[in-house]
Design a protein around this ligand. Structure first.
Ligand SMILES: Nc1ncnc2c1ncn2[C@@H]1O[C@H](COP(=O)(O)OP(=O)(O)OP(=O)(O)O)[C@@H](O)[C@H]1O
Ligand SMILES: CC(=O)N[C@H]1[C@@H]2OC[C@@H](O2)[C@@H](O)[C@@H]1O[C@H](C)C(=O)O
Length: 394
C-alpha cells in the first residue's frame, strides 16, 4: 500500500496556529514509512485566535457566531492545505483534525443534561468543517476523527498512540512517547513481543504548556505568548510545597483511560494557582518555575502511578519539547531514564501530530481502525473520521 501527497492538518489546545504537513506514506502498520516533504505552522489571524480562546474559556456564543467561527477555521485550514503543496505535486488526501473548542470526557453529566441516562457519552467538538475544506481545496478530506470512538464509549482521545506504536515502538526497549502541547499526553509502548499492541497504555497526563502560556500572557499583559526555551522559569525557584498541594487535584489521581482539556487546565485553574502563589509571595519567575514543575511532576508522577514498570526511554514531542528548562526538570525527575526528542529518532517533534492525522486519514481510506481501545477506553476498534469526497468536476 502506498499513497503519495497526503496532507495532515492539526491545531491543538495551545491554539497557536495550524500545523500542516505534506507526506508520502508507504506500508500500513509495522512496515509503515512516512516521508515528510513539507511542514509549516501557519499562525491564526489574531482576531480568530482570540475568539477561539474565548470559546475554549467558556464565553457565551450564539449559534450564528459559532457558525461563522467554524467556517473561518475551515477557510484558514484550507489555505494551509493549499500553501503546503506549493512546489510539490498536488496532494491526493487531507486528514484534518480541526480545532478543539470543547472536550468532555465520558461519564460526566455536566450542566444542561436533558436526557438522564445511566452512562453519558463523552463529547468533543472540533471546528473547521471537513466538507468545506474538501470543497475549497478539491481534495478528499477526512475530518471529525474523535466522534466514532466517543460513540463507542471512549474518550475520543488520545488518538495518536496507534500511530506512535507503528512509528516509534522498539523491538526490545519500552518507551514512553510524551507529547507536551497545551495539554500533555503519554503513550507507553512496550517492547514488541507477542501481544504488545494490547499492552500499550496512554492518557492525558494533565497540563503541558497551557498554564505556562496563560501565566506568561498574564505577567506581560499579552505582550508575550510563551516562555521561550523556559528561560524565564529557569530564573525562578519552584515552590515544591505548592506543587505537592496542586498534585492532590482529583485529575492526577484518576486512573487511565482519561483525557482532559482547557476546560480544566485553563483560565480559572491558573487564577486559582495565582491566588495560591500570592500566599507564598512568589515572583512571576517563581510562579513560572512552579507551574513548569507541576507539568514535569504530573507527568512523572503518572508514570510511577499508572505504569507497572518505568520505561527504558522517554521520547518528547510537541512544542514543550523545546522548553529547555522543562526538559531539564523532566530529566531530573526521571533520574536514570534517558530523555530524547522524537527528532533524535527520526520523527519530527513539531509535526508528529499533524503527520498522525495524515496517517489516520490514510488508514480510514484503507478501512484500518485508528483508535486503540486501551488508550481511549472505547469498547472496540473503530474506523475514525468522516470522509468528504470530491467529484473532481469543479
Ligand atoms: N522554543 C520554545 N520554548 C518554550 N516553549 C515552546 C517553544 N516552542 C513552542 N513552545 C510551546 O509549545 C506550545 C505549542 O505546542 P504544540 O504546537 O505542540 O501545541 P498544540 O499542538 O496546540 O497542543 P496539543 O498537543 O495539546 O494539541 C506553545 O504554546 C509554547 O508554549
Ligand atoms: C480533545 C483534544 O483535542 N485532545 C487533544 C489534546 O491535546 C493533547 C491531548 O489533549 C490529546 O489527548 C489530544 O490530542 C492528540 C492529538 C491525540 O488525540 O492524541
Amino acid at each position: 500500500m502506498q499513497q503519495n501527497g497526503v496532507i495532515g492538518l492539526m491545531s491543538g489546545t495551545s491554539v497557536d496556529g495550524i500545523d500542516a504537513v505534506l507526506v508520502d506514506i508507504i506500508g500500513t502498520d509495522l512496515d509503515i514509512k512516512v516521508e515528510l516533504l513539507a511542514g509549516e505552522t501557519y499562525p491564526y489571524p489574531t482576531e480568530l485566535r482570540s475568539r477561539i480562546l474565548g470559546i475554549c474559556a467558556g464565553e457565551a456564543i450564539s449559534m450564528a457566531e459559532l457558525a461563522a467561527v467554524d467556517d473561518a477555521i475551515a477557510i484558514v485550514f484550507a489555505q494551509a492545505a493549499q500553501n503546503i503543496q506549493i512546489g510539490h505535486p498536488p496532494a491526493t488526501l487531507i486528514g484534518s483534525h480541526g480545532q478543539t473548542v470543547f472536550h468532555r470526557p465520558p461519564g460526566f453529566y455536566g450542566s444542561g443534561n436533558i436526557l438522564p441516562s445511566p452512562q453519558s457519552l463523552g463529547y468533543s467538538l472540533q471546528l473547521g468543517r471537513g466538507a468545506v475544506i474538501a470543497h475549497l481545496t478539491d481534495i478528499t478530506t477526512v475530518s471529525n476523527f474523535r466522534v466514532a470512538d466517543i460513540a463507542a464509549g471512549g474518550h475520543g482521545a488520545p488518538l495518536v498512540p496507534r500511530v506512535d506504536a507503528f512509528l516509534l515502538s522498539h523491538p526490545q526497549e519500552s518507551r514512553c512517547v510524551q507529547n507536551i502541547g497545551g495539554i500533555a499526553n503519554v503513550a507507553y509502548l512496550p517492547p514488541r513481543n507477542h501481544d504488545w499492541l494490547s499492552q500499550i497504555r496512554s492518557w492525558d497526563t494533565g497540563p503541558g504548556n497551557s498554564l505556562l502560556d496563560l501565566a506568561v500572557q498574564h505577567f506581560t499583559n499579552g505582550a508575550k505568548s510563551y516562555d521561550e526555551n523556559g528561560s524565564w522559569a529557569a530564573s525562578g525557584t519552584p515552590c515544591h510545597t505548592l506543587v505537592e498541594e496542586w498534585l492532590n487535584q482529583d485529575y492526577f489521581h484518576l486512573p487511565p483511560p482519561k483525557s482532559t482539556g482547557r476546560e480544566l487546565f485553563g483560565v480559572s485553574y491558573l487564577h486559582d494557582c495565582l491566588e495560591d502563589a500570592q500566599i507564598y509571595q512568589l515572583s512571576p519567575a517563581d510562579v513560572l518555575a512552579t507551574l513548569t514543575e507541576l507539568t514535569a511532576a504530573s507527568i512523572v508522577h503518572s508514570y510511577h502511578t499508572y505504569l507497572r514498570k518505568m520505561p527504558e526511554r522517554v521520547l518528547l514531542c510537541g512544542g514543550g519539547s523545546q522548553n529547555l528548562y522543562l526538559k531539564h526538570r523532566l530529566e531530573s525527575l526521571l533520574a536514570v531514564v534517558p530523555v530524547l526528542t522524537t527528532d533524535e529518532v527520526g520523527l519530527s517533534a513539531t509535526f508528529k501530530e499533524a503527520i498522525a492525522f495524515a496517517i489516520l486519514a490514510y488508514w480510514r481510506q484503507l478501512g484500518i481502525p485508528g483508535n486503540l481501545p486501551t488508550a481511549t477506553g472505547g469498547n472496540q476498534e473503530m474506523l475514525l473520521g468522516e470522509v468528504h469526497q470530491v467529484t473532481g468536476n469543479k
